[in-house]
Design a protein around this ligand. Structure first.
Ligand code: SF4
Ligand code: SF4
Length: 81
């Protein structure tokens, strides 16, 4: 399992989630529209969910249907690194 960052992050991207993640698995550069969670490193603690001001973060099993594609978007970010 892993947690996933979805569409509401775009345009917000305030990095509140980064500050609370105990394993530092949330990344994204200035050129990216949103941040991404590394599914290989995330320990599913859930701390980032309540830190996000726009409810962009979901457990992968709870991602709303309209944002299912973000599961791959988050994972693909790390494949490209
Ligand atoms: S669930 Fe925990 S480990 Fe995973 S990204 Fe959020 S804060 Fe980090
Ligand atoms: S806290 Fe939410 S809006 Fe802010 S960077 Fe993280 S996922 Fe994006």
């Amino acid at each position: 399992m892993a947690y996933i960052i979805t569409e509401p992050c775009i345009g917000t991207k305030d990095k509140s989630c980064v500050d609370v993640c105990p394993v530092d698995c949330i990344h994204g550069g200035d050129e990216d529209q949103q941040l991404f969670i590394d599914p290989e490193v995330c320990i599913d603690c859930g701390a980032c969910v309540s830190a996000c001001p726009v409810e962009a973060i979901y457990a992968d099993s709870d991602v709303p249907e309209k944002w299912q594609n973000y599961i791959k978007i988050n994972a693909d970010y790390y494949v490209k690194q």
